[in-house]
Design a protein around this ligand. Structure first.
Ligand SMILES: C[S@@+](CC[C@H](N)C(=O)[O-])C[C@H]1O[C@@H](n2cnc3c(N)ncnc32)[C@H](O)[C@@H]1O
Length: 217
C-alpha cells in the first residue's frame, strides 16, 4: 500500500465524488488510492505520455481497474465524471484548463483544486465565473505551503482579502504558519525595496495584519 505525502493525503481525503477524474495524474498515486481505499471509479488523465505510462504500470502492478486517458485538460472528459481533481500545477494553467473546458466544467458537481502558485488569480477566476469555494485548507510540505480548494457551482461575494488568503479557510496551525510566513516575507522585502516599488507589499501587509489581528494570537 502506497503511503501518500501530507499534501497528497489531504487531497485524497477531500475527494468525495462518485466518478473522479485525476487531471495531471502523473505518478497516479491518488488515483490508485481512490480506487483501492474509497472504491471510486477513477479516470487517471495526463497530457504527457511518460507520466501516464508510469501511472498505468503502477495500476497494472497493483491490479487496479483504472482507466488511463491521454488528454489535454478536461475538454474530452467522459460524461460520467462528477468530480475533478487538479493538483500540482500553477493557477494560470488551471484557469486555462477550466476556460477551455467550460462546457464540461458546467456539468461537474465539484472540483478539488490545488495550485502551486497564482492561487489569488485562480480564486478570482472561479468567483467571476460562477463558482463558489466551499472550503479551503493549507498544507505545508517542506518549505512550501499549498492551498487546497473545494469548489462547487454557485455565487460568492468577492473580497480582496479572501482572493489572496482564502475563502472559508480552515484556520488551523498550518494556515497560521502560512500567514506568519507571508508576513515575515513581506516585512523583509519592505526593508530592501524602495517605498515607491512596494505598493503590492503595502497591500499584502495590510491584509495580513487584518488576519493576524482577527485571530489575536
Ligand atoms: C507536477 S505534476 C502533479 C502531479 C499530481 N497531480 C500531484 O499533485 O502530485 C503535473 C502533471 O500535470 C500534467 N499536465 C500539465 N498540463 C496538463 C494539461 N493541460 N492536462 C492534463 N495534464 C497536464 C503534467 O504532464 C504532469 O504529469
Amino acid at each position: 500500500m502506497i503511503k501518500l505525502s501530507n499534501r497528497l493525503q489531504a487531497l485524497f481525503e477531500w475527494c468525495d465524488g462518485e466518478v473522479i477524474a485525476d487531471i495531471g495524474c502523473d505518478h497516479g498515486y491518488i488515483s490508485l488510492k481512490l480506487a483501492q481505499e474509497k472504491g471510486k471509479k477513477v479516470y487517471a488523465c495526463d497530457v504527457a505520455q511518460g507520466p501516464l505510462q508510469r501511472a498505468r504500470t503502477l495500476f497494472e502492478k497493483e491490479e487496479a481497474d483504472i482507466c488511463c486517458l491521454l488528454m489535454n485538460g478536461i475538454v474530452n472528459l467522459p460524461d460520467d465524471v462528477d468530480q475533478i481533481l487538479i493538483a500540482g500545477m500553477g493557477g494560470q494553467l488551471m484557469i486555462s484548463i477550466l476556460e477551455d473546458g467550460k462546457e464540461k466544467a458546467s456539468h461537474l458537481q465539484s472540483m478539488i483544486l490545488s495550485p502551486h502558485k497564482d492561487a489569488p488569480d485562480l480564486r478570482k477566476y472561479l468567483i467571476d465565473h460562477h463558482f463558489r469555494i466551499v472550503k479551503e485548507r493549507t498544507i505545508k510540505e517542506g518549505n512550501h505551503f499549498y492551498p487546497i480548494l473545494y469548489v462547487m457551482h454557485g455565487k460568492q461575494e468577492r473580497s480582496v482579502l479572501k482572493d489572496y488568503y482564502g475563502y472559508h479557510m480552515i484556520e488551523d496551525e498550518e494556515y497560521k504558519q502560512f500567514v506568519d510566513h507571508e508576513y515575515k516575507k513581506w516585512k523583509a522585502l519592505e526593508l530592501s525595496v524602495p517605498a515607491s516599488q512596494f505598493k503590492e507589499g503595502e497591500k499584502r501587509l495590510k491584509l495580513l495584519e487584518q488576519i493576524r489581528t482577527k485571530r489575536s494570537c
